[in-house]
Design a protein around this ligand. Structure first.
Ligand SMILES: NC(=O)c1ccc[n+]([C@@H]2O[C@H](COP(=O)([O-])OP(=O)(O)OC[C@H]3O[C@@H](n4cnc5c(N)ncnc54)[C@H](O)[C@@H]3O)[C@@H](O)[C@H]2O)c1
Length: 319
């Protein structure tokens, strides 16, 4: 099959590329490299089943390039993500979630390709219920500092639903909750990569607020399995949550990472921006009904990620 992965030089996209190349697929990666890693996109450049295009999905060049190529599946992951990027790349997030979304769906329509959009738990905003099921509506401040991302992902979902209803495009949505694992950028400031890097470098572990807020984390291999399952078995216009089921407070996560890395780092409490949710917990019954289950527990996932970060930090220091 010919698979198009947008955002394939990013964290989850790259892990998906690796899975797709294990079977007999031709993988086309589109990435603007706004937050992507050159380490990721360069890894398979010599593989005849891999082709990389540095293009933004909202550009006219995107449709022009792919109108000539057969495409069976489109995974649309292209979007800057992570809290600091919400401020830095607000406009680019909105472009990816609007014009970019329309371009990728136009391509799906033209190629009769099946399409999966990677939305986010952030669309639940301040959740009203725990765990959050796909039909929970959440609360989002349309002008809050996270709105570019939260509302961006929401309008992306609306555009997808419109393309299904109006043009019968075979498209569906997954909503990822916090995903972590090897391949995350060393400069990513989300809790897991930040704490691991700080612990390995012996720096202070910076916790925003009092650390009682909790996260339910999912190892990237499980997230990617869910994504592929949604593509192959998911139904048109449906939404599937994909995320970890075990909650951990940010304080306990920091202490666990300190223990696992045998670090001497101390914890420092810093300012916590508003609109950061106290708790996120997915109801994953729907994706489980397709055969998904979480297989990597937090300790095993952290062990793998710590090894990966240790190696990369060492390599970076010795270069
Ligand atoms: N990682 C998570 O925990 C998480 C949670 C919820 C949702 N998601 C969603 O999953 C997707 C992948 O997330 P990730 O963590 O791998 O992020 P990432 O930032 O590592 O990867 C995103 C990739 O998309 C590329 N990109 C951004 N805008 C683009 C554009 N307009 N055109 C082409 N390429 C573009 C970036 O350069 C980057 O390589 C994103 O859409 C994100 O919103 C991720």
């Amino acid at each position: 099959m010919n698979i198009l992965i947008t955002g394939g030089a990013g964290f989850i996209g790259f892990n998906l590329v690796q899975q797709m190349l294990k079977t007999k697929n031709r993988v086309f990666v589109v990435d603007s490299m706004i937050t992507g890693s050159s380490e990721n996109y360069k890894k398979y450049l010599k593989d005849p089943n891999y082709k990389f295009y540095q293009i933004a999905i909202e550009s006219a060049e995107f449709l022009k390039t792919f109108s000539k190529i057969n495409i069976d599946r489109i995974y649309n992951l292209a979007c800057p993500t992570g809290p600091p990027n919400i401020k830095i790349y607000g406009e680019e997030i909105i472009n990816a979630c609007t014009t970019g979304m329309q371009n990728t769906l136009k391509l799906a329509k033209l190629k009769k390709a099946k399409y999966v959009y990677t939305s986010s738990a952030e669309i639940y905003g301040k959740p009203l219920y725990f765990p959050q099921a796909e039909n929970d509506l959440g609360l989002v401040d349309p002008q809050g500092w996270r709105a570019n991302y939260e509302e961006g992902k929401r309008i992306g979902e609306t555009i997808l639903a419109m393309y299904v209803d109006k043009y019968d495009v075979n498209a569906l949505t997954v909503r990822f909750f916090n995903t972590y694992g090897p391949g995350m950028s060393l400069s990513d400031t989300r809790v897991v990569p930040r704490f691991i890097k700080q612990a390995l470098l012996g720096e202070e572990i910076t916790i925003q607020g009092d650390g009682t807020q909790s996260r339910a984390l999912c190892y990237v291999d499980d997230s990617v399995k869910g994504l592929i399952l949604a593509m192959e078995k998911g139904k048109k216009r449906e939404i599937y949550n994909i995320g970890g089921k075990t909650e951990i407070t940010v304080n306990n996560l920091a202490n666990l990472i300190i223990k696992m890395t045998k670090s001497k780092s101390k914890i420092k409490y810093i300012y916590r921006p508003n609109h950061d949710s106290d708790r996120r917990l997915p109801n994953t019954a729907k994706i489980e009904s397709l055969g998904w289950k979480q297989t990597i527990d937090l300790k095993e996932g952290l062990k793998r990620m710590i090894e990966n970060f240790r190696e990369r930090i060492y390599k970076q220091k010795s270069n």
